[in-house]
Design a protein around this ligand. Structure first.
Ligand code: AMP
Length: 617
């Protein structure tokens, strides 16, 4: 990896006038906040379980507000398809989550055992997350859009003991897998309506019978609370382990990066199937006692503007892909809506184009604040702040309490270590691997059952993020790209291996290589290069059939949108598909080091044109 030293192209900085703020931002002087803040101070903003029985996310998020003046305050406000809303107050949420914990107890689901969800963003999902914490069990949310194969794989890896889902999803994705999931004892249907499917339970009936109160199970800060699967390049998804102490970081970053204040109406658009949807869709806002909006539907430009306006959203946390879609829909859509309540907009998940940051001023009356983090970090690590200057295209600066650095990598992409310490990039505008000093509370504590894989994430005293970045002379970080092949499409992180494996289950497919290709809206879309088994001929029809097959297994978010046939995938001598090379060829970029290549370049064996660039209908 060569270290680029050319300065990034810069847009004019956006400065802030503190005098013009309706509410004084929580962080005004960045350097002073960094100098003063410690994680112990962050812990003092929490309550701890009564009687000194430890720390539990659910108590911090729900019961401490329900026990005080916040009892009647709306905790979660759900927006239905027709725009109508229904809410749970903090007191109601405390009762419902007690009942859910009671249901788990009555079923014998124990401490540390995994409770999965596969359902849309309705109240039951949020009650299940928090009720699981109250039972000292571990929650693992899955996207309801996942196909049967990703679901099976994650339930198996996580030894799911209980699953919360709907009748339709159970029939479509789970029923056929039950025989392959011996650990899965209980399937709780949220819409059983007195008539559960064979082998399932009626959650509502069990909730009615469960006690509305009771002590939260004693949990310690280091007890496992959440399991979030994230995709890797080299194989199966990894289950990142998070502990109850993560709430310390969620709360502090809610203060500094999202600028939450007590009266806020806050909307995080992420699904809890992605870590953002739990850290910042559930835990951070509720730990602050604010009202969190949950849209039960999928993204739609007019609908989203309506929600921002009608629900009086004050703080909005969303993703670049959504912002790009709004931008594409045109500023007219914003113009008809009263967004005057909105005072802070933030974004995460992918690089945020400077155009979008600036466009925010036109559409929302303020710039978009980019921030950076990943499943493994559990919470925001680098951010732009309400009161501080924005440099469009930059992710901002590390949170108070977070020590970030850029590690020098060698030609193989490995960190350079000298005397046991990683060598750091010191010159401004020079690329290195983004690294974080371990010790922040929401840091993942392991990959489930993969000790060695976890250990490899750390070197020379740092956690290595796998992302490449630069830092300017004033300490602002600029994202360069991921150091590996993972594809980022509309907020989903997609591991090529998972897609390739599914493609290969199609009878015509001998082998497949999958890459991400740039897309103005989704960030990237998945493109597959497929080698056919002998006896099969490439055709447009076959390409569509294979794409349709993958969509059924993986769900539309993960399956390829584009497919080319090829007769020779580039591979290393050890048999690994060189996705980097596929991508370079696809995009007409330099091919880089091809010394390990096994097969000849494609101009010797041209890909068949028949399937090029086919999009499914
Ligand atoms: P995930 O674990 O799914 O949340 O994905 C984390 C990855 O998303 C990071 O390692 C980055 O590659 C990317 N990412 C997240 N936030 C940003 C951002 N603000 N700018 C650029 N990339 C980002």
């Amino acid at each position: 990896m060569t270290a680029g030293t050319e300065p990034s192209i810069r847009w004019p900085a956006i400065t802030k006038d503190i005098g013009s703020f309706r509410i004084r931002p929580n962080l005004v002087d960045y350097d002073a906040a960094c100098a003063a803040f410690t994680w112990d101070e962050g812990r003092r903003a929490l309550s701890g379980l009564p009687g000194g029985r430890g720390l539990n996310i659910a108590y911090e998020a729900v019961d401490r507000h329900a026990a005080g003046s916040g009892a009647g305050r709306e905790a979660l406000r759900f927006v239905r398809a027709d725009g109508s809303t229904h809410s749970l107050s903090y007191a109601e949420l405390a009762e419902q989550t007690n009942r859910f914990a009671g249901v788990l107890r009555s079923l014998g689901v124990g401490r540390g055992e995994r409770v999965f969800s596969l359902t849309g963003r309705g109240p039951d999902l949020y009650i299940a997350v928090l009720g699981t914490f109250k039972n000292a069990s571990v929650f693992c949310p899955l996207f309801s859009a996942f196909g049967p194969e990703p679901v099976r794989q994650r339930l198996t890896l996580g030894s799911g003991r209980a699953l919360v889902t709907t009748r339709a999803l159970y029939r479509k994705k789970i029923a056929q897998l039950r025989g392959q999931l011996p650990d899965l004892r209980h399937v709780l249907l949220i819409d059983a309506d007195g008539d559960p499917e064979p082998g399932t339970l009626d959650l509502a009936a069990l909730m009615r019978e469960a006690p509305p109160d009771g002590d939260i199970a004693a949990t310690q800060p280091e007890d496992m609370a959440l399991l979030h699967f994230t995709s890797g390049t080299t194989g199966t998804p990894k289950g990142a382990i998070h502990v109850h102490d993560a709430v310390t970081a969620h709360h502090a970053t809610g203060t500094f990066a999202l600028d939450l204040h007590p009266d806020d109406v806050y909307w995080c658009t992420a699904d809890p199937g992605w870590v953002t949807g739990t850290s910042y869709g559930v835990i951070a806002p509720l730990s602050h006692g604010v009202t969190a909006i949950v849209d039960e539907e999928e993204m739609d430009a007019d609908r989203w503007y309506r929600i921002l306006a009608e629900q009086g959203v004050t703080v909005w946390y969303t993703a670049p892909t959504a912002l790009r879609m709004l931008m594409k829909a045109g500023a007219d859509h914003a113009a008809g809506h009263d967004l005057s309540a909105l005072r802070f907009v933030a974004s995460v998940g992918e690089p945020l184009n400077p155009e979008v940051v600036v466009w925010g001023q036109e559409a929302f009356g303020q710039p978009v604040h980019d921030n950076w983090w990943q499943t493994e970090t559990g919470g925001i690590m680098i951010s732009n702040y309400a009161a501080t200057e924005i440099r469009p295209g930059s992710m901002g600066r590390p949170l108070p309490g977070v020590e970030a650095a850029l590690v020098v990598r060698d030609a193989d992409g490995k960190p350079v270590i000298r005397d046991g310490e990683a060598v750091l990039v010191t010159a401004p505008d020079t690329m290195g691997e983004l690294a974080l000093r371990p010790g922040w509370p929401s840091m993942f504590r392991g990959y489930l059952h993969e000790e060695e894989r976890y250990r490899r994430c750390f070197a020379g005293g740092w956690y290595l993020t796998g992302d490449l970045a630069k830092r300017d002379a004033d300490g602002y970080y600029w994202f360069v790209g991921r150091g590996d092949d993972v594809i980022k499409s509309s907020g989903h992180l997609i591991g090529p291996f998972e897609v390739e494996s599914s493609l290969m289950e199609h009878p015509a497919v001998a082998e497949a290589g999958v890459i991400g290709v740039p897309d103005p809206v989704a960030g990237e879309v998945v493109k597959a290069f497929v080698e056919l088994r002998s006896g099969w001929e490439p055709s447009g029809e076959l390409a569509l059939d294979i794409i349709g097959f993958a969509r059924k297994r993986l769900g539309p978010a993960v399956a390829p949108r584009l497919l080319d046939f090829t007769t020779a995938l580039p591979k290393t001598r050890s048999g690994k598909i060189l996705r980097r090379l596929l991508k370079a060829r696809e995009l007409g970029l330099p091919e880089g080091d091809t010394s390990t290549i096994e097969t000849p370049p494609p101009n010797a064996t041209p890909p068949d044109a028949a399937g090029t660039g086919l999009e499914p209908k």
